[in-house]
Each structure stands twice: as C-alpha cells, then as structure tokens.
Design a protein around this ligand. Sequence first.
Ligand SMILES: CC(C)(COP(=O)(O)OP(=O)(O)OC[C@H]1O[C@@H](n2cnc3c(N)ncnc32)[C@H](O)[C@@H]1OP(=O)(O)O)[C@@H](O)C(=O)NCCC(=O)NCCS
Length: 224
Amino acid sequence: MRHWPLTQLTITTPDLILRVPDDTRLGELAQVAADGVVPRGAVFFPQPWASGTPAETARNVVQNHWWARGDWSEDNWRLLLAVFHEGKPIGQQNLSARDFRVTREARTGFWLGRRYQGRGLGTQMRAAALHLAFRHLGAERVTSSAFADNAASRRVSEKLGYTPNGIRRLSVEGRLVEAHDAVITATAWDHRVQQTTQVDGITECRHMFGIRAAGPPVDDILHV
Ligand SMILES: CC(C)(COP(=O)(O)OP(=O)(O)OC[C@H]1O[C@@H](n2cnc3c(N)ncnc32)[C@H](O)[C@@H]1OP(=O)(O)O)[C@@H](O)C(=O)NCCC(=O)NCCS
C-alpha cells in the first residue's frame, strides 16, 4: 500500500521471506500461533499472549499487529514481520526500537509454530532481522532477551555471536523468571560469515525508522 510504505519491505533469506502481512495472511499467521507456539505450561514471553485458548492466542496475534501499526512513530516503532516458508506463514520476527535515531539500538523478538521449530529457521529469521538492522538501518547494537529455560532462543543468540548482557528478575504470571539479556554489535556482526539475505523496498520506508538524518557524531554521545 502506497500510504504505508512498510508493506513494500521484503527480506529474502535462503529458505524464508519476511514481510508485513496483509489481513488475509495475518489471519493465517494467527492460526499458526493458535496451533501452538510454546510447550504446555512453558512461559517464554513477558506477556502471556500464547498461554490462553487457541482463539485467544490467535486474537492476540491479530490485535498485536494492528496495535503495532497504529502506534508506530519514528521515535517508537515495532516492525512485526510474518515469516513465510514455502509460501505459507510459519512464524513472526520482530524488530523494535525507541529513539533509534539517537541510540542506534534495536531489539528483536521471534516465534515459530511448534511444527517449524528446531530446523534452523529461527536462526535464519533472526539473522534476517540483524541484517536489516545493521546493514540497512545503521544500528550499532541489537539486543535480545530470553528466559532462563528457553534453550532454543538463547542458543540462537549464542550461534549468531551475541554476548551476555546481564540477567533481570521479572514476575511473569505470578512466577519469578530470570531474563537473560544478550547483545550483538555492528562490529561483531560484520565479522561473521553471513547468510545470503536480500532486502527490497527499504528506500521507500527508511524514513519511518527515524533515520532520515545521519546518526549523532561520536562526540555527541552522552556518557551517563
Ligand atoms: C525460539 C525459536 C524462534 C527458535 O527457532 P528454532 O527454529 O527452533 O531455532 P533453530 O533451530 O534455528 O536453533 C535452535 C538451537 O537451539 C538448540 N536447542 C533447542 N532446544 C534445546 C534444548 N532444549 N537444549 C539445548 N539446546 C536446544 C538447537 O539444537 C539449536 O542449536 P544448534 O543449531 O546448535 O543445534 C523457536 O524455538 C520458538 O518459536 N520457540 C517458542 C517461542 C519462543 O520461545 N520465542 C522466543 C522468546 S524469547
């Protein structure tokens, strides 16, 4: 859609295509989530969007996409991309930031339908988000956070070269949870062997990420 340039953005990896879904595709994506994302009883997200009934989970996905679009601003954006494999949506890759034009730091989140997990696709979609952030948006750091018992998510960060960035204690659904934070810098990313990733349509929507102007000169960074 001409008036929402993010719909032009397409990221292509060896096995995946990442795009903002239209409502038909969003409905299909919501069904993937309704069919199961987390093992029964597991808590992998700070908000329990995938812990209710299938219908609640699906509705949460749809509402989350609409909310992220409605709430989008250059200083506080959340890019929610549907991940397609062999033409079908299989999961979601997020890239978000606040005050990105100053901080040059973004964060990611991701999920796959259970039947698509454990095949290397999560690593591929996170790498696609890192490629977009570092190569096309000028990010300097990208962060990720995974709960202590989320071995797959933590391993994806480790495989891609993140370094540990502290542990936070949270209360989630009334339970104590430890969130393991990790970070990767543009320099660390540049030194890695990269998967083939193609980004199309970024020129049309670059301004939406608040990066029309160049980033602050190094001397302008405030050390607190
Ligand atoms: C997290 C998620 C997106 C990762 O995607 P994925 O396709 O499963 O990940 P990959 O297959 O690319 O890589 C997973 C890695 O974790 C490892 N792993 C998975 N489960 C593991 C376990 N229980 N113990 C140790 N390692 C484990 C895999 O072996 C693999 O590492 P390897 O390539 O070195 O063998 C997916 O598992 C998922 O959707 N999980 C539920 C939702 C979720 O947790 N989202 C993230 C919230 S922070």
